[in-house]
Design a protein around this ligand. Structure first.
Ligand code: ADP
Ligand code: ZN
Ligand code: MG
Length: 469
């Protein structure tokens, strides 16, 4: 049996205002129904005005996904009834979406897999129902009319792992483009998975659609669940019922929600309150000109400018903040591989317990300089960075405060060593008569007298110099 998967992804745009009115689009943790107006409440006669920024953000996605952006797109009404949709229709794009025919490459186990994009369109979100413990439900319309893009893939995905990899690559892209925060748990990025199985490759069987997928793990788990269910039904000679299911992550099962409706049921028609949008070449150029670099462009530059291994580049560019930080550190301390090692090791480890890098790029560069000069050793350095994350102090301040700098100053060390040799003439005699194993003892003594701060290499050199004189 061959599996075929297509994803429909909804991403919330980070615009200041909603798609068709001036209300704030930031509804997170706001008092219910505090960010609403006649337009997003769906009052009769209130007229929508299209948010230009939302269109431009969608165009960014289109460009980054290698789509065509036709000269014209329009908005349509998708009619259905649900209490979170006061107008009785959602404004969406039906047959003339803003972006069409693109692709996104994503990597699974070192292999690049291309997923074609059917379309990217712009639409409004619905409100939210709050189900109270007493069995009643309340409606919060703060989210109503918040801009969403829907990204629809062609059925090019062949496995649950590929689906998760696609979602990860897409989330990364949207975050790099600075148009969506990509938070699956908060619902700013949502994914519906369509899946079918067929005995022959590249053929489409009857599909089911799983909704309510809100983590990368859920993407894989939900598809695996449906894959197994389809296989069992098909292998027993029965037929798949085309339907929509909801993923229950706690129970690990997909629960049937409703029979799949056809698009006819929505009675789509062009919204008479909104004019079609004409996209000129000048406008396209302007938006292209404002595009932040994509993850692929960052990776390419890291490879060219820093000659880092692919593995390092993958880790460093996973989040844009880290990639920017790397750039800044390297600008001041120009040993890319050294910076990469510290970031992939210590910084990434510390980021598991901290929500951001607590040391400024400039302070981190100064710290790496001190390490590079051998003024403190690596292990001490790790403790310093950890302390810097805990306390918010700069690494150099901590090194200073705790007197951690190694003594590499040969004058200072020479003094300690000369005193040591003078105090232990008998040991010196024994060393010179052949007990060279005593070297370790001398080194230990110097370390003890300097509270472990002496640079071991300098100590060894000086001792050899004196003892073999
Ligand atoms: P619908 O009309 O049910 O919305 P679409 O043709 O619009 O279906 O496709 C919705 C999504 O389902 C797309 O991502 C598409 O790639 C995917 N898809 C379509 N047919 C199949 C199939 N037979 N098996 C798996 N995925 C499919
Ligand atoms: Zn409003
Ligand atoms: Mg469809």
């Amino acid at each position: 049996m061959y599996t075929v998967i297509g994803l429909e992804v909804h991403a919330q745009l980070k615009t200041d205002t909603k798609l068709f009115c001036g209300c704030s689009a930031d509804y997170f943790q706001k008092a219910p129904n505090s960010q609403v107006c006649p337009v997003c409440l769906g009052m009769p006669g209130a007229l929508p005005v299209l948010n230009q920024k939302a269109v431009e953000y969608t165009m960014r996605v289109g460009f980054a996904l290698n789509c065509t952006i036709p000269d014209r797109c329009k908005f349509d009404r998708k009619n259905y009834f649900y209490p979170d949709l006061p107008k009785g229709y959602q404004i969406s794009q039906f047959d003339e979406p803003l972006c069409v025919d693109g692709y996104l490459d994503c990597e699974v186990d070192g292999e690049v897999h291309r997923v074609r994009i059917n379309r990217v369109h712009l639409e409004e979100d619905a409100g939210k129902l709050i189900h109270a413990a007493n069995g009643t439900s309340q409606v919060d319309l703060n989210r109503a009319c918040v801009p969403l893009i829907e990204i629809v893939t062609e059925p090019d995905i062949k496995s649950p792992e590929q689906a998760a990899a696609f979602m990860k690559a897409l989330r990364q892209l949207l975050r790099y483009l600075e148009i969506c925060d990509g938070d699956l748990e908060k619902g700013s990025l949502r994914c519906d998975a369509n899946i079918s199985l067929h005995p022959e490759p590249d053929k489409l069987g009857t599909k089911t659609e799983v909704k309510n997928i809100n983590s990368f793990k859920a993407v894989e788990d939900a598809i695996k669940f449906e894959q197994a269910r389809h296989r069992k039904i098909l292998e027993s000679g029965q037929e798949i019922v085309q339907q929509t299911l909801g993923w229950d992550a706690d129970k690990g099962i997909a629960v049937p929600q409703r029979a799949k409706e056809a698009s006819d049921d929505y009675r789509y028609f062009p919204d008479p309150d909104l004019l079609p949008v004409h996209v000129s070449e000048d406008w396209r150029d302007e938006v292209r000109g404002q595009m932040p670099a994509t993850p692929a462009q960052w990776r390419e530059r890291f490879s060219k400018d820093y000659e880092l291994p692919d593995y390092d580049i993958g880790v460093l560019t996973e989040e844009k903040e880290t990639a920017v930080y790397f750039d800044q550190v390297t600008e001041k301390f120009n040993k890319p591989k050294e910076v990469s090692n510290w970031m992939m090791g210590e910084i990434m480890r510390l980021l598991k317990d901290h929500d951001e890098i607590k040391v400024s790029a400039s302070d981190f560069a100064d710290f790496l300089q001190v390490i590079d000069e051998g003024q403190i050793n690596r292990n001490t350095g790790k403790e310093v960075i950890e302390a810097a994350f805990e306390t918010g102090k700069t690494p150099l301040a901590i090194i200073e405060e705790q007197g951690l700098k190694q003594i590499s100053n040969t004058d200072e060390l020479a003094q300690v060593i000369d005193q040591l040799l003078a105090d232990n003439a008998d040991q010196v005699e024994r060393y010179r008569s052949g007990k060279t194993g005593l070297m370790g003892w001398f080194v230990g003594q110097v370390m003890a007298k300097t509270q472990g701060k002496a640079n071991p290499k300098a100590v060894n050199e000086l001792l050899e110099d004196r003892l073999n004189a």
